[in-house]
Every structure is written in C-alpha cells, then in structure tokens.
Ligand binder design. Structure first.
Ligand code: FES
Length: 107
C-alpha cells in the first residue's frame, strides 16, 4: 500500500440523546462521512488521500469535526457542502481552509 500524502479522520461518533458531551452524530456527521466517501471514490485519489471514519476526536460540541494529517489541522462545524473545498484546497492542494479551522483556543 502506498503511503498517502494526507490522511483525514472524519468523526462518526454517535452518543445517545441527552449525553452531556453531545456528539458529531447528533450534529449530522453521517452525511459528512458519506460525502467524503463519495467524493473520494469519485475522485479516485487513493494514492494521495486516505479517508477514515473515526471515533471521537475531541471537541464534540463543535462537530462535525475532522482532522487532517500530517499537518494536524482540525476543522469544526463541517457540512456536506464544505467537503469539495476541503478536498480541492487542502487534501489535494495542500492549502488548509482557514474559515473552517477549529479555533485556536480549542486546538
Ligand atoms: S463526537 Fe465527534 S469530536 Fe467528539
């Protein structure tokens, strides 16, 4: 397996309603995960990018959250509509999407 240039972890954690931490699942991460998978497939960029649905990555109340390595850039409040820009600008272009970055006091 070739080592990809970037690896994106897309939080897919769900918790029961009323849980004190909330979850990305309660904030619609399922459609974000699905959009990442569909675009990854459509773009056929498997050598450059690895996409992995993950468990909780931290700031649950700001979800859906994703985390991109090797830069260690986290994005919060990601929507399905943001996924194309994340692929084009960061995952394939190498330029993080500033407007979606998790605030510095959190990450
Ligand atoms: S549930 Fe997604 S960051 Fe915690």
């Amino acid at each position: 397996m070739a080592r990809p240039t970037r690896h994106v972890f897309v939080c897919s954690q769900n918790r029961p309603a009323g849980h004190p931490r909330g979850s990305c699942g309660q904030k619609g991460c399922a459609e974000v995960v699905d959009e990442f998978m569909q675009q990854w497939q459509r773009r056929q960029c498997f050598a450059q990018v690895l996409v992995t649905p993950s468990g909780c990555i931290g700031p649950c109340g700001m979800g859906p959250n994703i985390l991109v390595y090797p830069e260690g850039v986290m994005y919060s409040n990601v929507t399905k509509a943001d996924v194309s820009e994340i692929f084009d600008a960061h995952l394939l272009g190498g330029v993080p999407v500033e407007r979606l970055k998790t605030t510095a006091d959190i990450w």
